[in-house]
Ligand binder design. Sequence first.
Ligand SMILES: C[S@@+](CC[C@H](N)C(=O)[O-])C[C@H]1O[C@@H](n2cnc3c(N)ncnc32)[C@H](O)[C@@H]1O
Length: 257
Amino acid sequence: MTELRIALRGAPDALARALDVCLIRYDVTAVVERAGEVELSVVADSFDATFDGVEVEELPVPESMPTGLEDDRAILVGDAILVRPPWVAQPPDFVGTTIVVPRGGAFGSGEHGSTQAALLAMDAVWTSGIESFADVGCGSGVLAAYAAARGVATIHACDIDEPSVRATRELLPAAHVCVGGAEALGARVDAVVANLAGHELAAALDSVLAVWNGCGPLVLSGMRPHEVEAIEHRVPGDPAERVQRDEFVALAYASGV
Ligand SMILES: C[S@@+](CC[C@H](N)C(=O)[O-])C[C@H]1O[C@@H](n2cnc3c(N)ncnc32)[C@H](O)[C@@H]1O
């Protein structure tokens, strides 16, 4: 992957449609709009899209042009979980679950304590035989990507934020991803994860629990330590694991049956 500079030229309507397609189909890291022209920075091997009424030109990338991606690194979340953007190489000596997720499109590129706590909690209670999974508040889709990497066949995800839904659909084209809360998922699944801010989790908890059939793990993340007790009282059974990263806590329930 490399950083490409693409100029699109045309009438405003055609340019707007072309830009929408680019934002969905490519990892666009910068957009500069001028009269009759849009200039994009795109991370891709090549740019082969064409659009009705829009001229596409690949511009030279000055060797010294900063891309903003130079400082990106693979993030070792735990001994056995690595999160990296597609343009960062896999460390050759890493053994474990790798999640490849672009940075910048939606929340969840692996740096945040609540994402890390969720991943560690999932890893601690994950078992073989989990057939279906739901990610409530999917953001980039990073947690759903963990489930996919562990071989789950049926993945559902939802987010109240449309760009997050688009990002997850792009990351996991086979997943069922919808706009809305847990009640919009329309499924009951073996394993559920919800990484939401504490007050959001408190408001959504009944719907999150209703999605879980109890055959696999439940992971609740994003709480600050003082918010944990109230959530814990509302979930049947005791958590098998409590993980804290920075000021964020995740609770993992091994199974509810
Ligand atoms: C902390 S981010 C987590 C993103 C990603 N799952 C991760 O772990 O990095 C929370 C996400 O939940 C979404 N969200 C907030 N409240 C929600 C709700 N009630 N139902 C579904 N999504 C919600 C937000 O839009 C945001 O994308």
